[in-house]
Design a protein around this ligand. Structure first.
Ligand SMILES: [Zn+2]
Length: 175
Protein backbone atom coordinates (compact mmCIF):
# COMPACT_ATOMS: atom_id res chain seq x y z
CA UNK A 1 0.00 0.00 0.00
CA UNK A 2 2.90 2.32 0.86
CA UNK A 3 4.54 1.53 -2.48
CA UNK A 4 1.31 2.40 -4.28
CA UNK A 5 1.12 5.77 -2.48
CA UNK A 6 4.73 6.53 -3.35
CA UNK A 7 4.12 5.68 -6.99
CA UNK A 8 0.97 7.79 -7.03
CA UNK A 9 2.89 10.73 -5.52
CA UNK A 10 5.69 10.36 -8.09
CA UNK A 11 3.17 10.21 -10.93
CA UNK A 12 1.42 13.37 -9.68
CA UNK A 13 4.75 15.18 -9.50
CA UNK A 14 5.60 14.09 -13.06
CA UNK A 15 2.25 15.31 -14.40
CA UNK A 16 2.58 18.64 -12.58
CA UNK A 17 6.14 19.18 -13.82
CA UNK A 18 5.24 18.22 -17.41
CA UNK A 19 2.26 20.60 -17.38
CA UNK A 20 4.46 23.40 -16.06
CA UNK A 21 7.19 22.71 -18.64
CA UNK A 22 4.70 22.64 -21.51
CA UNK A 23 2.99 25.84 -20.37
CA UNK A 24 6.27 27.72 -20.07
CA UNK A 25 7.78 26.86 -23.46
CA UNK A 26 7.23 29.26 -26.38
CA UNK A 27 6.00 26.32 -28.52
CA UNK A 28 2.77 26.34 -26.49
CA UNK A 29 2.15 30.01 -27.30
CA UNK A 30 -0.97 30.34 -29.43
CA UNK A 31 -0.20 32.95 -32.09
CA UNK A 32 -3.67 32.58 -33.58
CA UNK A 33 -5.22 33.62 -30.28
CA UNK A 34 -3.58 37.09 -30.13
CA UNK A 35 -5.53 40.30 -30.52
CA UNK A 36 -4.86 43.41 -32.59
CA UNK A 37 -3.09 45.16 -29.68
CA UNK A 38 -0.52 42.33 -29.46
CA UNK A 39 0.34 42.48 -33.17
CA UNK A 40 0.48 46.29 -33.17
CA UNK A 41 2.99 46.07 -30.31
CA UNK A 42 5.36 43.47 -31.80
CA UNK A 43 5.25 44.32 -35.53
CA UNK A 44 6.58 47.30 -37.45
CA UNK A 45 3.70 49.29 -39.04
CA UNK A 46 4.54 48.25 -42.61
CA UNK A 47 4.71 44.55 -41.63
CA UNK A 48 1.45 44.89 -39.68
CA UNK A 49 -0.25 46.38 -42.73
CA UNK A 50 0.63 43.33 -44.85
CA UNK A 51 0.43 40.49 -42.31
CA UNK A 52 -2.55 41.50 -40.17
CA UNK A 53 -4.49 43.84 -42.50
CA UNK A 54 -4.05 41.75 -45.70
CA UNK A 55 -2.25 44.56 -47.50
CA UNK A 56 -0.16 44.19 -50.66
CA UNK A 57 3.22 45.86 -51.07
CA UNK A 58 3.88 47.70 -54.33
CA UNK A 59 5.29 45.51 -57.11
CA UNK A 60 9.10 45.63 -57.45
CA UNK A 61 9.37 47.37 -54.04
CA UNK A 62 10.14 44.39 -51.78
CA UNK A 63 13.63 43.39 -50.64
CA UNK A 64 13.22 39.75 -51.78
CA UNK A 65 11.95 40.38 -55.32
CA UNK A 66 15.37 40.38 -57.01
CA UNK A 67 17.12 38.28 -54.38
CA UNK A 68 18.80 34.93 -55.01
CA UNK A 69 20.72 33.87 -51.88
CA UNK A 70 20.55 30.27 -50.65
CA UNK A 71 18.56 29.86 -47.47
CA UNK A 72 15.14 29.74 -45.90
CA UNK A 73 12.29 32.24 -45.81
CA UNK A 74 10.52 32.34 -42.45
CA UNK A 75 7.28 34.05 -41.39
CA UNK A 76 8.06 37.67 -40.49
CA UNK A 77 4.87 37.96 -38.44
CA UNK A 78 5.19 35.24 -35.77
CA UNK A 79 8.77 36.03 -34.79
CA UNK A 80 10.89 35.06 -37.79
CA UNK A 81 11.50 31.38 -36.96
CA UNK A 82 8.62 29.51 -38.62
CA UNK A 83 9.87 28.17 -42.02
CA UNK A 84 7.68 28.87 -45.04
CA UNK A 85 9.79 28.57 -48.22
CA UNK A 86 13.18 27.30 -49.36
CA UNK A 87 15.26 29.39 -51.77
CA UNK A 88 15.36 26.20 -53.92
CA UNK A 89 11.68 26.78 -54.78
CA UNK A 90 12.16 30.48 -55.64
CA UNK A 91 11.98 31.70 -59.22
CA UNK A 92 11.84 35.05 -60.98
CA UNK A 93 8.23 35.41 -62.06
CA UNK A 94 8.74 38.93 -63.42
CA UNK A 95 5.70 40.09 -61.44
CA UNK A 96 7.64 42.20 -58.94
CA UNK A 97 6.93 39.95 -55.95
CA UNK A 98 9.04 37.05 -54.60
CA UNK A 99 7.60 33.85 -56.10
CA UNK A 100 7.91 30.19 -55.14
CA UNK A 101 6.77 26.93 -56.73
CA UNK A 102 5.87 25.36 -53.37
CA UNK A 103 6.03 25.90 -49.60
CA UNK A 104 8.79 24.18 -47.60
CA UNK A 105 6.11 21.76 -46.31
CA UNK A 106 2.39 21.38 -47.04
CA UNK A 107 1.82 22.07 -43.32
CA UNK A 108 3.63 25.45 -43.47
CA UNK A 109 0.80 27.38 -45.07
CA UNK A 110 -2.99 27.45 -45.18
CA UNK A 111 -4.86 28.12 -48.41
CA UNK A 112 -8.23 29.86 -48.15
CA UNK A 113 -10.64 31.34 -50.71
CA UNK A 114 -9.98 35.09 -51.06
CA UNK A 115 -12.83 37.09 -49.47
CA UNK A 116 -12.24 40.38 -51.31
CA UNK A 117 -14.31 40.53 -54.49
CA UNK A 118 -11.94 43.17 -55.87
CA UNK A 119 -8.93 40.85 -55.46
CA UNK A 120 -10.88 37.91 -56.93
CA UNK A 121 -11.68 39.98 -60.03
CA UNK A 122 -7.94 40.61 -60.37
CA UNK A 123 -7.39 36.83 -60.37
CA UNK A 124 -6.20 36.41 -56.79
CA UNK A 125 -8.77 33.80 -55.76
CA UNK A 126 -6.72 31.81 -53.24
CA UNK A 127 -5.10 33.48 -50.26
CA UNK A 128 -1.97 32.02 -48.62
CA UNK A 129 -1.64 32.35 -44.83
CA UNK A 130 0.95 31.24 -42.27
CA UNK A 131 -0.16 27.98 -40.63
CA UNK A 132 1.22 29.04 -37.23
CA UNK A 133 -0.04 32.62 -36.84
CA UNK A 134 -2.61 33.01 -39.65
CA UNK A 135 -0.68 35.94 -41.11
CA UNK A 136 -1.59 37.05 -44.62
CA UNK A 137 1.38 36.17 -46.87
CA UNK A 138 0.06 36.56 -50.42
CA UNK A 139 -1.77 34.45 -53.01
CA UNK A 140 -1.19 31.30 -55.05
CA UNK A 141 -1.80 31.09 -58.81
CA UNK A 142 -1.81 28.20 -61.30
CA UNK A 143 0.65 29.73 -63.77
CA UNK A 144 3.97 28.71 -62.18
CA UNK A 145 6.74 26.62 -63.75
CA UNK A 146 7.01 22.80 -63.69
CA UNK A 147 6.88 20.58 -61.77
CA UNK A 148 4.17 22.12 -59.55
CA UNK A 149 2.88 24.77 -62.01
CA UNK A 150 2.06 26.85 -58.93
CA UNK A 151 3.16 30.42 -58.25
CA UNK A 152 3.12 31.33 -54.59
CA UNK A 153 3.19 35.12 -54.93
CA UNK A 154 4.43 36.54 -51.61
CA UNK A 155 4.93 39.92 -50.01
CA UNK A 156 8.58 40.48 -49.04
CA UNK A 157 7.40 42.20 -45.85
CA UNK A 158 5.68 38.97 -44.75
CA UNK A 159 8.96 37.03 -45.05
CA UNK A 160 12.19 36.93 -43.03
CA UNK A 161 15.17 35.38 -44.80
CA UNK A 162 17.97 33.45 -43.08
CA UNK A 163 21.04 32.31 -45.10
CA UNK A 164 21.74 28.56 -45.45
CA UNK A 165 23.56 27.12 -42.44
CA UNK A 166 22.42 29.89 -40.06
CA UNK A 167 19.79 29.68 -37.33
CA UNK A 168 16.86 32.10 -37.68
CA UNK A 169 16.79 34.99 -35.23
CA UNK A 170 13.64 35.71 -33.25
CA UNK A 171 12.34 39.21 -33.89
CA UNK A 172 10.33 39.25 -30.62
CA UNK A 173 9.96 36.98 -27.60
CA UNK A 174 6.79 35.42 -26.22
CA UNK A 175 6.25 34.21 -22.67
ZN1 LIG B 1 3.48 33.19 -38.93
Amino acid sequence: MKLFSTLKFALTLTILFTSYAMASTPSSFDYKDQDTAFWEKVLKPDVYQICRAAGTEAAFSGQYDKFNEDGTYYCACCGGDFPLYSSKAKFDSGTGWPSFTEPISPQSVILTPEKSIFKRILGATTEVRCARCDSHLGHVFDDGPAPTHKRYCMNSLALAFTPAGKMPKRTFEVH
